[in-house]
Write a protein that binds this ligand. Structure first.
Ligand SMILES: C[S@@+](CC[C@H](N)C(=O)[O-])C[C@H]1O[C@@H](n2cnc3c(N)ncnc32)[C@H](O)[C@@H]1O
Length: 245
C-alpha cells in the first residue's frame, strides 16, 4: 500500500515537471508552482463532485437547516443530529418511529443513516399538514422516500396503529405529548430498543411524567449538548434503553 502510494506520488511529481517544462520551459519554478496549483484545483473539484455523488442528502439537509433557522421552524440541529445518527448506526434498527417531523430535518439524518446501513425504515408523524407536505418533498428530493414514510396526524393516536416491533423511537413532538406517545407504543418496543427524547434541558418541566417513567423503568441517561441555534445555546436529550424482559 505504502509502496504504491510512494510510486503514485513519484509519478505525479514527474508528470508535473514534464507539463511545466512543456508550458514554461526548462525547470521554471513558476511553472512548477502554477501547474501544481492547477492540479490541486482539479483534484479539489473532482473530490467535491465525488462527495456530492456519495452523499446526495447533504445539500438537502443544508437547505432545510437554513430554512429552519430563517423561519424559526423547530429542528434538532446538527450537534444532536450527529448523536442521533450515531445511535441509529449502532442500533441497526429495522423500524424507527419519530413523533414530530416538522419539515423533515431529523428525518433526513435518520433516513440517510438507514440508507447507508442498507436496512430499516422510518415512520415519522407530524400533525401540521403544511409541514407534512414540505417534509415529503424534501425527503423525495433527497432520494429517501423508499426508507422514510411521513404520516399525517396526531402522534399520540397514530403510534397505536403501528403493529410491528419498534427498535428505535425518537420523541420530538411537544413536551407534554412524550408520555402519551410512549404509553401508546410501549408494548411494541423491542427489548433493547432505544428511546430518545429531545429538549430535555429546555422542556424538562413539561415532560416530568415522561422523565419519571423512563428513569424508573429504563436504563436512562441525560446527554447535554452545546448547540448553536437561534432559539437555544444548550439543551439535552434523554437516551433510554428498554430492558431485556
Ligand atoms: C420540535 S418540532 C420537530 C422537529 C424535528 N424532529 C426535527 O428535528 O427536524 C415539533 C413538531 O411536532 C409537531 N407536533 C406537535 N404536536 C404533535 C402531535 N400531537 N402529533 C404529531 N406532531 C406534533 C409540531 O407541529 C412540530 O412540527
Amino acid at each position: 500500500m505504502l509502496t504504491s502510494l510512494l510510486q503514485y506520488g513519484d509519478g505525479l511529481v514527474h508528470r508535473l515537471r514534464n507539463w511545466s517544462k512543456a508550458l514554461f520551459g526548462k525547470g521554471t519554478l513558476l511553472g512548477i508552482v502554477t501547474v501544481g496549483l492547477f492540479g490541486a484545483v482539479i483534484v479539489g473539484i473532482v473530490w467535491a463532485e465525488e462527495q456530492a455523488q456519495e452523499d446526495p442528502v447533504a445539500p438537502i439537509i443544508k437547505e432545510v437547516d437554513k430554512r429552519c433557522r430563517d423561519e424559526r421552524i423547530p429542528m434538532v440541529g446538527p450537534e444532536r443530529a450527529v448523536r442521533l445518527a450515531e445511535l441509529v448506526r449502532q442500533q441497526k434498527p429495522k423500524l424507527v418511529v419519530e413523533c414530530g417531523t416538522a419539515i423533515g430535518y431529523s428525518a433526513l439524518w435518520i433516513g440517510r443513516e438507514l440508507k447507508k446501513l442498507g436496512q430499516g425504515r422510518l415512520i415519522t408523524i407530524e400533525i401540521d399538514e403544511e409541514r407534512v407536505a414540505d417534509a415529503r418533498e424534501y425527503i423525495k428530493r433527497a432520494g429517501l422516500d423508499d426508507v422514510v414514510e411521513v404520516r399525517h396526524g396526531d402522534a399520540r393516536e397514530l403510534v397505536k396503529q403501528i403493529t410491528e416491533p419498534v427498535d428505535f423511537l425518537f420523541l420530538d413532538c411537544g413536551y407534554e405529548n412524550y408520555y402519551p406517545c410512549l404509553m401508546g407504543i410501549k408494548d411494541r418496543l423491542r427489548p433493547g430498543a432505544i428511546v430518545v427524547a429531545d429538549n430535555v434541558g429546555i422542556g424538562e418541566r413539561g415532560m416530568r411524567d415522561y422523565l419519571k417513567y423512563v428513569r424508573q423503568h429504563f436504563k436512562s441517561t441525560t446527554e447535554w449538548f452545546d448547540v448553536d441555534l437561534p432559539w437555544a445555546k444548550r439543551d439535552a436529550m434523554e437516551v433510554s434503553i428498554v430492558p431485556e424482559k
